[in-house]
Write a protein of this length. Structure first.
Length: 200
């Protein structure tokens, strides 16, 4: 199964995916491309170290989302990408990619959706004062973090937690959960029926 990882930042989840592949925890999965919307982001260096092709672009250099997603789609087709994995990609996916990869785009989000969608979900959880938050992997639809949920992990918020301490614990769960879901997808064990996701 050829996948493309979309990321905008440091790429810790990209590295977790590559580590799982090296450890033979994802047999049959190949990262064929990294797509990054922030040229120079740390994730690009991680991909280069892994000898993974990088497609980097600046959205402002394109007329609109349609224009840059058409360019992305061409790159995905060149690499014969079958699934898109969003791992810290900070842009909404538009109709071009949603239609081409319907039911084959998943996203990792640092909260227990549907709570705390959008940016700074960790900060939102701390400010709201909830006692637990977590990690969600879900299918992507046209909304912001509104797609059908595949899997979730709970992360308790401890007394005295800061953004840094909570982020570290959430990332530990992200690095485990995302490769696990990709493995289930590759094995054909994830079935999307309407809004419900069945996991064997």
């Amino acid at each position: 199964m050829k996948i493309a990882v979309f990321a905008s930042g440091s790429g810790s989840n990209f590295s977790a995916m590559m580590g799982a592949i090296r450890a033979d925890k994802l047999p049959g999965v190949e990262v064929a491309l990294l797509v990054c919307d922030r040229p120079g982001a740390l994730v690009e260096g991680r991909a280069e170290q892994e000898s993974i092709p990088v497609f980097s672009f600046q959205p402002k250099q394109h007329a609109d989302k349609l224009a840059y997603e058409q360019v992305i789609l061409q790159e995905l087709k060149k690499k014969q990408v079958e699934w898109i994995i969003l791992a810290g990609y900070m842009r909404l996916i538009g109709d071009t990619l949603l239609e081409a990869y319907q039911g084959r785009i998943i996203n990792l989000h640092p909260s227990l959706l549907p709570a705390f969608t959008g940016k700074d979900a960790i900060g939102q959880a701390l400010e709201y004062g909830v006692k637990v938050t977590g990690v969600t992997v879900h299918f992507v639809d046209a909304g912001m973090d509104t797609g059908p949920i595949i899997a979730q992990r709970v992360v308790p918020i401890l007394e005295g937690d800061t953004r840094e301490t909570l982020t570290k614990r959430i990332q530990e769960q992200e690095h485990q959960l995302l490769p696990e879901v990709v493995r289930l997808v590759q094995e054909g064990k994830v079935k999307l029926i309407g809004r419900k996701v069945g996991v064997q």
